[in-house]
Design a protein around this ligand. Structure first.
Ligand SMILES: NC(=O)c1ccc[n+]([C@@H]2O[C@H](COP(=O)([O-])OP(=O)(O)OC[C@H]3O[C@@H](n4cnc5c(N)ncnc54)[C@H](OP(=O)(O)O)[C@@H]3O)[C@@H](O)[C@H]2O)c1
Length: 329
């Protein structure tokens, strides 16, 4: 099968499309023919070995010392079930599915095997393969931080810093769905989009610093990495919660003490890959509460360009990679 193989840590050109052995489904696995995937910020981060400060050595120990241990990147996919293992009951060949392999990666390939009880669900009605492939990375992250950690309540004021990225654009939509009053922080160019996703207010970061406004927020979700507790302290309401999605080691070590000393909540961490979250996102998509924003589309043989676009840190939503010639964009 064809796959994009990351041969080393480095720039976009370390990714090469090659023929590699196809996976075979184990008894409890489904084999998915992949029609679409994405080059998420996580893929570009792994390829470039760009780990948050303090995580350089840990990142390489976990992901591979001199090159990615899992050379086929790609955290999310959409496609069709091609074959199922002998014990599989939930899926049949021909089922149209989307899935989130997360740190397990491997979605930049024509075929991907995944456990049937893993983060897989049927594609929401009306979604193309490209749209379905872009649900999981931003969607699971936004869901985990806003619902599980922040427990956002109707009427609360939620600020999303980095509201136009894959995570931010999902977070704006989900915070709105949870009944929050949503403020999105983005560039002027993306203000209209962020409003259209459900933000009640938009702050252009080139014009104003949200942390110095008179307003206060119950929840601040930082998807950029420039909203430390020291910066945000005065922008948090009583019982406010600050979530640092791009926390460095120092931020994570300081967070419990900052929470204890201030009576506020400061937390970082990594969103997990859970089957129930993928199922929840499917339902949210079908309700019209969430639709991923697509930045651009590239065929697999131009995946290096997709990595370069992700490296720009200017992408708006997700970059879709189209694999094979059958799937819908
Ligand atoms: N902790 C976790 O579990 C977790 C999970 C997923 C991702 N992440 C991390 O979260 C971060 C965001 O991921 P992503 O996929 O959403 O990234 P992304 O799609 O690459 O984000 C790009 C967006 O960032 C915006 N941006 C850049 N600088 C900004 C600034 N100073 N203020 C506000 N917005 C700014 C850009 O908007 P403009 O062009 O308008 O500036 C662009 O639309 C990444 O670092 C990723 O590694 C963490």
């Amino acid at each position: 099968m064809k796959a994009a193989v990351c041969t080393a840590y480095g720039g976009p050109d370390v990714v090469e499309v090659r023929d590699v052995p196809a996976p075979i489904a184990k008894p409890d696995e489904v084999l998915i023919r992949v029609f679409a995937s994405t080059v998420a910020s996580g893929d570009a981060r792994v390829r470039g070995a760009r780990f948050p400060k303090g995580f350089g050595l840990l990142g390489r120990l976990f992901l591979g010392l001199t090159r990615p241990r899992t050379p086929i990147l790609g955290t999310e996919l959409a496609g069709v079930v091609e074959a199922v293992g002998a014990k599989v009951k939930r899926y049949r060949p021909g089922d149209e599915v989307f899935a989130f392999s997360g740190v397990g990666m491997g979605c930049h390939a024509e075929l991907k095997a995944m456990p049937e009880d893993g983060p897989i669900a049927l594609i929401p009605g009306g979604f193309t393969h490209g749209e379905a492939a872009a649900i999981s990375f931003g969607g699971t992250t936004a869901l985990y931080f806003l619902r599980n950690l922040a427990d956002v309540q109707p009427g609360e004021r939620v600020l999303i810093n980095g509201a136009s990225g894959a995570v931010g654009s999902a977070a704006v939509q989900l915070a709105r769905h949870f009944g929050a009053h949503v403020t999105g922080v983005c560039s002027a160019a993306n203000a209209g989009l962020v409003r259209s996703l459900g933000a009640d207010e938009v702050i252009d970061y080139a014009e104003a610093d949200f942390a110095r406004c008179d307003a206060r927020w119950d929840v601040i979700l930082d998807t950029v990495g420039n909203a430390s507790f020291a910066r945000c302290r005065k922008a948090l309401a009583e019982k406010g919660r600050l979530f640092l999605l791009v926390a460095d080691l120092g931020d994570l070590l300081r967070a419990p003490l900052q929470s204890w000393a201030s009576g506020l909540k400061v937390a970082g961490g990594t969103a997990p890959e859970r089957a129930q979250d993928i199922e929840a996102l499917k339902i949210l998509c079908e309700m019209g509460a969430f639709k991923p924003v697509i930045d651009s589309r590239f065929p697999l043989d131009r995946i290096a360009e997709a990595h370069a676009r992700s490296d720009s840190q200017r992408k708006v939503g997700s970059i879709v990679v189209k694999i094979g010639s059958v799937g819908s964009e």
